[in-house]
Design a protein around this ligand. Sequence first.
Ligand code: PEP
Ligand code: MG
Length: 808
Amino acid sequence: MDRLVALGLPTVPGITIPVPSARDLTDPAVARQVVDLMEELVGRQVGGGDHPMLLRLLASAPMAASGLPPQVPGIGLTPKNATSLADLIGRQGDLFDIWASVLRLVAEDALDVSPDALEDALDGVTTEAGRVEALLAVCATKGTGPVPEDPADQLALSATALLHRWSSPRGCRARRSQNLPDDLGLALHVQAVHIGPWQRSGIGTASSRDPDTGAPIPTGTFHRGVRRSALPTDASGEPLSALPGGIDLLKHTLATLEHHLRDVAEVTFELRDGKLSLLSATALGRPTPRAGLRLAVDLANAGTIDRKAALRTVRPQVVQELLHAQLRLTGDENLLVKGLAASPGAARGLVVLSPQRALELAAGGVPTVLFSSETTPGDVPALLAAVAVVTTSGGLASHAAVVARGSGTPAVCGASELRIDTISGTVRAGGHTVREGDIVTVDGRSGTVYVGEVDIRPAEPPAELDTLLAWADDERVLRVRTNADTVRETEVALRLGAEGIGLCRTEHQFMGDRLPVVRRYLLAQDDAAQREALDALTDAQCEDFQGLLRAVGNRPVTVRLLDAPLHEFLPHDGVYEDEAQRTRALEMREVNPMLGLRGVRLALLNDDLYPAQAEALFNAWVMVSQEGITPQLEVMIPLVSLPEELVIAIDQVRKAADKVAEQTGVRVPYLIGSMVETPRAALLADQLAMHVDFLSFGTNDLTQMTYGFSRDDVESRLLAGYVERGLLAVSPFVEFDLEGVGALVAIAVQRARSVKPTIKLGVCGEHGGDATSIQRLAPLGLDYVSCSPQRVPIARLAAAHTVIEELL
Ligand code: PEP
Ligand code: MG
């Protein structure tokens, strides 16, 4: 209350008598002075006049203590004024009820009326007025004296009663049980209670921000005509807009408090005859994401805190919540299944069990949720057409998860309890069966799928988010790029603040109608057929690259040459173009595809593959450069484990550049780089560095290979058990493992820089968009992180945090 008074905020007018002087108030002469002072202070008369007031006496201890004496609220009431005051209030019962409780306390603790006498006096009395009459009479006859009518005498007597109750054996026992000193004193507070019509009085609670929008609009409830001691706990009450006299003062009060507390403020207040007074004020502590963000920006704009402090108060995870649609759960939902939270956001749609059905329905504008055991590049068009995807297998770095995150589609992966029966067209889990065509709701943030419709709150990031992220950009040193394979993804990422593309996975461009061509290439029986397929791919790629390069503009763009795990590209559906293709596909099938014929290995077996891709890329660059767009091209070789592999691949790229230069007369400027995603590449980073301009850590594969955890299998089957048993705090595919994988990255950074101090180093695994991982990766000395488009804002803020927290 002292702080509220110092801030000039409306508090209950009153006088505090500190502990050492509290007993003085039992002296009627002192009480007289206090009453006079109160009347002067408030401008009202106790118990009478046109604008009457009563006094309230409260006790407080100098340290937290329970069992304090009750408050005495009706000082100043007499048989002469009670009826007219009750008429003014408009509710007789309330006033007499208060009066009776005061009289009882004074009778017991100040006038020595015995409990028996009190009981006898009240026996059979049913009305409040009757109780008051009986108590006044019993005090006069069985007590040490009648209840005085002078308010000063009443105040002195009330002080006597409170102090007596505190020093009673019951009061002492209560203090001992709390390990409080026996002689702990009390301070007394005399407060004014304005008397007026009950409609202009009441009690309420208010928060300085609307939790839903974060706007600085007082939000809470007003309970008209309700006394302080009777605040209802239920949802009854009126909105604050109904406050008699308006909410301007409350709004100003809450705004002042926010600046003082540097947090969302919560208050309880009372209104007495239209006069607002704060009863308590606290900092909320954990505001909603919207309220926290808007408050931080408002406080910094007002100069209450600096921008660094504003940045510090907003956790990067909060940004994610603001950027994605969210469910409004009521607790009545029917849970179908819980899996891995693979891509945030919420959506609902009709269950579909085949990519074809998803495409058909989506073409007609029907929202669909695609259920599948796993997905492959052939399913990408359907994945992009669906509003959400649910898979039964595969982890956070599985194909479905990566594609969904890239396109901003909510996804739940590895929901292994789910039984999909495509024959009967049903999905079963958790005692529920849903059919194709039924509605389900997917929450990709928590990894849950619900039967039926759940209310969804659309993503509406407040304008303050852009302001805060711009401040983050001023602080951070780590650059933030995006993993984008399409024009759409690139545009989204740039809008969200990406500084360029850090990873374009070219295999993601081989989907839909391109897939049969890739298969023809991979499964070709002879050189001519393979050449024909490659030419078709090259033309398609050149087109794709032009779109991508135009979208990225003059920014850096890292194009990774093909890294196609074969199992994702070989036919799954048993549909082969001919018997020869079937035989070849079976020959090529691998037991361990993620450790098999992928990345640079495929290019070494098919030495026309990377040259064709590089040629398409360089030609695309030449074409867009003629439009005045000159992206900073970076070509990256994936899954390297031998420096010799890198040398061969680089040579292929160089020859392609030479060829394009010869054909077009334009020498395309480009940097060459290698991914570091096998432990051997990390350990041999110095040898790799000698040949390249940059290295990019593929922490998805590096985590997979360091732990020996299959990124497609362990998350849904194994890791939950590890987390449950405390072996891991969280999946290392989610939060970067500093101890193991981090040791490899640290060695690689040190070795690479030892031979090439200026080499550019980045991370393009999923960890590049995870705030905790960025916190761990930044000190290792990287230049940039690259992450899926929707996580770019998280990375920007997390990167700023690494700097700000270092400064602390
Ligand atoms: C990685 O392994 O971290 C990476 C970025 O490559 P991909 O996820 O495509 O294997
Ligand atoms: Mg990889």
